[in-house]
Design a binder for this molecule. Structure first.
Ligand code: NAD
Ligand code: ZN
Length: 397
C-alpha cells in the first residue's frame, strides 16, 4: 500500500510499504477512504516530538471501511463504515472506566518512554512517535486499528466522508476545549489560533452559550473564517495592536471570562519574547514556545478559566504562574477524551447544526502530501485544512 512516511525532520516521502495485518484478536484493518493533515502533525514534521524513526507512517485523522476484523471484534464487520478516534483506548482500565480515555493505561506499549519524561504515560496515539506507542498512522491506504471494539464510531448515515471525517480529532478537540472553558450563558471567550482546532473551538463556544467570541490570529483567511461564524477578530500582526490591550478594551477592562489556547508549543511571535524562546530552544534550555500561554494567563479575568487544547511538549520558561495564582484562575487541558464526544457531535452534524467540512481548503492525493506539509506549515496558498483521498491519483501539475 501507499503511505506518507516520516524520513527525518522536515522530510517526508510517500512510499510503498507492506499492508498492515491483524496482530491481535481485537484489531481491525480499515481501508482508509479519507484522512487529513493536523496541526499536531507539524510538531512531528518540525522535529519537536522525540522518538520518531525513519519510515514511521504519519496520520491520526482518518475514516474508512472495515476490511477485516480479528476474532475478538464483535461490534464491527467487513464493509462497516467507521470514523476512528486518534487516541487509542482499551475501554476497561481505571481511566477508561472514568471516561478519561486519553489517559488509558493499556494502549501504550512504550509507556516506559513516556514515564521517563512525564512520570506517567497517556494512551497510545496513531502515527505519533514511538514514545506514544509506535502505531502506524492513517495517512495511508490501510491502517491497523487496535481495540476496535472500543474506538471506531460506526456510521449508520450516508453523510459524505468530508462531513464526518473531523470527528476523528479536531471537532471533538475544539468542542472539549470549549467545554473545558466552563462557559456560562453570555460569557466572552477569547480564542488564540484560528486553525482548525481554533475554528471548532469558536463554533463550539457559541453552541455552549458564549455571548461573544474574540478570535486572535494573523492569517487573513483564517480570521475571515472566524468572522463568518460570528467571532470578533484581532489581528495581532497589525502595527500597534496589543492583544492584551485589545482584550481589555473589548471587556470593559476586566478580561475575557474564558481563554482558549488553540495554538500550543509552536506559537509564533515577532517580539523579544519570541527571540528569547528561539534561543532557549536552540540551547536545549527550553523545549516549547509558550507565547500564547503567557498571554492567555495575563488576559483572562480574575477567577476565569483557561482551556488549553494546543499541545505542549516539555519544559516552559517565563510562564507567569504568579498571575495565574493571584487571579485564582482554573486551567484545564490535555489530549481530547475523544470517545465522549464522537457520537453526540455526529448527532449535531446529522441534525444540521454544523457541517464541519466548511474548513477544508485543499483536497489532495497521498503522493502530494509531502509537498503539501510545507504549504500547511507555512500557511501558504490560503490553506485552512488539507484532506487526503488515499485512492486518488496525483493531480496533473
Ligand atoms: P494550525 O497550525 O493550523 O493552527 C494554529 C494557528 O495558530 C495558526 O492559524 C497560527 O497562525 C496561529 N498562531 C500562531 N501563533 C499565534 C499567536 N502568537 N497568537 C495567535 N495565533 C497564533 O493547527 P491546528 O490544527 O489548529 O492545531 C492547533 C493546536 O492544537 C496544535 O498545537 C495542535 O497540536 C493542537 N491539537 C491538540 C489536540 C488535543 O488533543 N488537545 C488535538 C488536535 C490538535
Ligand atoms: Zn490531530
Amino acid at each position: 500500500m501507499k503511505a506518507v512516511c516520516w524520513m527525518g525532520k522536515s522530510k517526508l516521502e510517500t512510499l510503498t510499504v507492506p499492508d498492515p495485518t491483524i496482530l491481535n484478536p481485537h484489531d481491525a484493518i480499515i481501508k482508509v477512504t479519507r484522512t487529513a493533515i493536523c496541526g499536531s502533525d507539524l510538531h512531528l514534521f518540525d522535529g519537536f516530538i522525540p522518538t520518531m524513526e525513519s519510515g514511521d507512517i504519519l496520520g491520526h485523522e482518518f475514516m474508512g471501511l472495515v476490511e477485516e476484523v480479528g476474532p475478538a471484534v464483535t461490534n464491527l464487520k467487513r464493509g462497516d463504515r467507521v470514523v476512528v478516534p486518534f487516541t487509542i483506548a482499551c475501554g476497561s482500565c481505571e481511566f477508561c472506566r472514568k471516561k478519561i480515555w486519553a489517559a488509558c493505561d493499556n494502549t501504550n506499549p512504550n509507556a516506559h518512554l513516556m514515564e521517563a519524561a512525564y512520570g506517567y504515560s497517556g494512551s497510545g496515539l496513531f502515527g505519533y512517535s514511538h514514545m506514544m506507542g509506535g502505531y502506524a498512522g492513517g495517512q495511508a491506504q490501510y491502517v491497523r486499528v487496535p481495540f476496535a471494539n472500543v474506538g471506531p464510531l460506526k456510521l449508520e448515515t450516508d453523510l459524505a466522508d468530508e462531513k464526518v471525517l473531523f470527528l476523528s480529532d479536531i471537532f471533538p478537540t475544539g468542542y472539549m476545549a470549549a467545554e473545558n472553558a466552563q462557559i456560562q450563558d453570555g460569557d466572552t471567550v477569547a480564542v488564540w489560533g484560528c486553525g482548525p482546532v481554533g475554528q471548532f473551538a469558536i463554533a463550539s463556544a457559541f453552541m455552549l452559550g458564549a455571548g461573544r467570541v474574540i478570535a486572535i490570529d494573523r492569517i487573513p483567511e483564517r480570521l475571515e473564517m472566524a468572522r463568518s461564524v460570528g467571532a470578533i477578530t484581532v489581528d495581532y500582526s497589525h502595527e500597534g495592536v496589543s492583544v492584551l490591550t485589545a482584550l481589555k478594551d473589548l471587556t470593559g477592562g476586566i478580561g475575557p471570562d474564558a481563554c482558549i489556547d488553540a495554538v500550543g508549543l509552536e506559537s509564533h511571535t515577532g517580539d523579544v519574547q519570541g527571540a528569547y524562546d528561539t534561543v532557549k530552544n536552540a540551547l536545549l534550555l527550553e523545549t516549547d514556545r509558550p507565547a500564547v500561554l503567557r498571554q492567555a494567563i495575563q488576559a483572562v479575568r480574575k477567577g476565569g478559566t483557561l482551556s488549553i487544547p494546543g499541545v505542549y511538549g516539555g519544559m516552559l520558561h517565563k510562564v507567569p504562574f504568579g498571575a495565574a495564582f493571584g487571579k485564582g484562575i482554573t486551567m484545564k487541558m490535555g489530549q481530547t477524551n475523544m470517545h465522549n464526544y464522537m457520537k453526540p457531535l455526529l448527532e449535531r452534524i446529522e441534525k444540521g447544526q454544523i457541517d464541519p467540512s466548511y474548513i477544508i481548503s485543499h483536497r489532495i492525493s497521498l503522493d502530494e502530501a509531502p509537498d503539501m506539509y510545507k504549504v500547511w506549515r507555512d500557511k501558504e496558498d490560503r490553506v485552512t485544512k488539507i484532506v487526503i483521498d488515499p485512492w486518488a491519483e496525483r493531480r496533473a501539475a
